[in-house]
Design a protein around this ligand. Structure first.
Ligand SMILES: Cc1cc2nc3c(=O)[nH]c(=O)nc-3n(C[C@H](O)[C@H](O)[C@H](O)COP(=O)(O)OP(=O)(O)OC[C@H]3O[C@@H](n4cnc5c(N)ncnc54)[C@H](O)[C@@H]3O)c2cc1C
Length: 251
């Protein structure tokens, strides 16, 4: 088994004994060679994603609001959430006399917002921030647009079945390929979960036999014992010895 890539060095081929994929499941299935059977291709093509667009605004004011994020439900604006980055950490802005707001729009790739020129999106965000009375338009000194495709794997009616079809094909036909991460496993989970699946995948490369699909949305291995939590309720990553490997022969 090998991975073929196109990069700064041109076309390359990497042979190996273990492979870990964090690319979206749909894209992975599309590039397998040979292609899997029609049923698996159809399952992959049926996976759907919600895309995301952020307009970052620089505001010439030290304090805009005390929140670090605000969910917006006003039908008169299209912004869905606003991040105030400085309130997560002062290290997230270069100048503490200013405020950086992330105006977040939940979109589909190629819809009207996605396809709008950056200048129009910055104008929209400027109008909306004023409409929401967070800042005046004339306080905004600059803006930037970031488009993030496949930000959210969609859980529609049949997604579990599609994932099961792809997973079972890979487990049987490509047992040295492990799927990890958010889109890699089509799981709407956070960074902790993504990293935990990758950590267990690395342990599998070293000879362990963990079932990565048992890492749940709290980024805990489901067979992990409850006392492995800190008082904060966060999983205790430093205690891998408590994790029970699945028995040989079980998948
Ligand atoms: C707007 C937003 C806010 C979020 N907020 C939080 C939060 O507050 N807290 C939190 O814990 N999590 C948050 N998350 C989730 C977190 O970002 C993800 O769970 C995490 O980044 C997923 O890590 P990953 O390694 O699975 O995927 P990614 O970080 O997306 O890495 C996948 C990588 O694969 C690459 N790739 C894709 N396709 C190919 C290909 N065909 N070939 C080669 N490379 C490819 C991509 O370029 C990317 O570098 C947020 C996500 C979004 C979109």
């Amino acid at each position: 088994m090998a991975v073929a890539t196109e990069g700064p060095n041109g076309a390359e081929r990497f042979h190996g004994s273990h492979f870990i994929s964090s690319m979206p499941m749909r894209d992975l299935v599309r590039v397998l060679n040979p292609l899997p059977p029609e049923k698996v291709l159809e399952a992959a093509e049926s996976l759907r994603y919600r895309d995301f667009l952020l307009v970052g605004l620089i505001i010439n004011r030290k304090d805009v609001c005390p929140d670090n994020w605000i969910y917006v439900h006003d039908p008169e604006v299209r912004v869905g959430r606003i991040q105030n980055f400085k309130n997560w950490s002062p290290a997230m802005v270069p100048d503490l006399e200013q405020t950086s707001l992330g105006m977040e729009y939940f979109v589909f790739e190629n819809d009207d917002l996605w396809s709008s020129p950056d200048s129009e999106l910055i104008d929209l965000a400027r109008r909306e921030v004023e409409h929401l009375r967070l800042a005046r338009a004339d306080e905004i000194s600059d803006g930037v647009v970031i488009r993030m495709p496949k930000a959210y794997p969609i859980y529609d009616r049949d997604w579990e079945q599609h994932v099961a079809t792809i997973r079972s094909y890979i487990e049987i036909n490509l047992p040295n390929l492990q799927l990890v991460g958010r889109n890699g496993m089509h799981r709407y989970n956070n960074q902790d979960h993504s990293m935990m699946t990758a950590i267990y995948a690395a342990r599998n490369v070293m000879g362990a036999r963990y079932d990565l699909w048992k890492v749940n949305s709290e980024a805990e291995y489901q067979e992990e014992q409850t006392e492995s939590h800190h008082a904060s309720g966060r999983p205790a990553y430093a205690e891998p010895a408590r994790v029970t490997p699945i028995p040989e022969g079980e998948s």
